[in-house]
Design a binder for this molecule. Structure first.
Ligand code: NDP
Length: 244
């Protein structure tokens, strides 16, 4: 059953492409007022055409000051999806400060910053809320080249728990969704080597990667009252990979 979010306002980061775009569209279709945040304005223009009424915000979430300026006065938000992320791959031994800082700024620091802005508003209004952070199954397992990326996703696991701990008394739930490969632009890049992709696929008990829709459905579940007693937790959307 699709949830009904009528009367609620949702903010989705990384709403221009991939999982974030389909999440914004699903929330719009479920009756929510949607604030779509991303970096490329053309994506927001096309999204606003598809979903009239969506509020576009164009900002680089890796830039703390720009994010504060763009979102500091965003107003009431009931549902937050921290989805924006970058997968910048480097072997451990060649890892650079630039890639490390950029990855942590977008994948982790922005989650803290945007959640702070939104949670403060929820607390001030005295309303319940739900926050979903998009992590990854590589919060738990890794592959060569993913040192920095999987470290950001591991950090999201603890950030999710820490936020759940402190925001729980305010009736704000915080959970994560942890997908395996999803063949978005990012997923295609990460699994571009056909030999690696084939080997990886074989290790999934369901012999498939995840579909965007599977991830979106888990996000909607965690945003909705159907998961009213779930917080500090995560849903694996991994075609069974971690069982293998
Ligand atoms: P995509 O690369 O397809 O889309 C990411 C979206 O986030 C784009 O709209 C992008 O905008 C936006 N974004 C990236 N950086 C910033 C930034 N600094 N400021 C604002 N917006 C930004 O990725 P996916 O949809 O595949 O991934 C979404 C989330 O899911 C990510 O957190 C990712 O780590 C996670 N994930 C993805 C998996 C996969 O296989 N695809 C597997 C597991 C987790 P722009 O293009 O303009 O930069």
């Amino acid at each position: 059953m699709k949830p009904n979010f009528s009367g609620l306002r949702a903010l989705v980061t990384g709403a221009g492409k991939g999982i974030g775009r389909d999440t914004a569209k699903a929330l719009h279709a479920s009756g929510a007022k949607v604030v779509a945040v991303t970096r490329t304005n053309a994506d927001l223009v096309s999204l606003a055409k598809e979903c009239p009424g969506i509020e576009p915000v164009c900002v680089d979430l890796g830039d703390w000051e720009a994010t504060e300026k763009a979102l500091g006065g965003i107003g009431p938000v009931d549902l937050l999806v921290n989805n924006a992320g970058v997968a910048l791959l480097q072997p451990f031994i060649e890892s650079t400060k630039e890639i490390f800082d950029r990855s942590f700024n977008v994948n982790v620091r922005a989650v803290l910053q945007v959640s702070q802005i939104v949670a403060k508003g929820m607390i001030n209004r005295g309303v319940a809320g739900s926050i979903v952070n998009i992590s990854s199954m590589v919060a738990y397992v890794t592959y060569p080249g993913l040192t920095t990326y999987c470290s950001t996703k591991g950090a999201i696991t603890m950030l999710t728990k820490a936020m759940a701990m402190e925001l729980g008394p305010h009736k704000i739930r915080v959970n994560s969704v942890n997908p395996t490969v999803v063949l978005t632009d990012m997923g295609k890049k990460v699994s571009a080597d056909p030999k690696f992709a084939k080997k990886l696929l074989k290790r999934h008990p369901l012999r498939k990667f995840a579909e965007v829709e599977d991830v979106v459905n888990s996000i909607l579940f965690l945003l909705s009252d159907s998961s009213a007693s779930t917080t500090g937790s995560g849903i694996l959307v991994d075609s069974g990979y971690l069982a293998s």
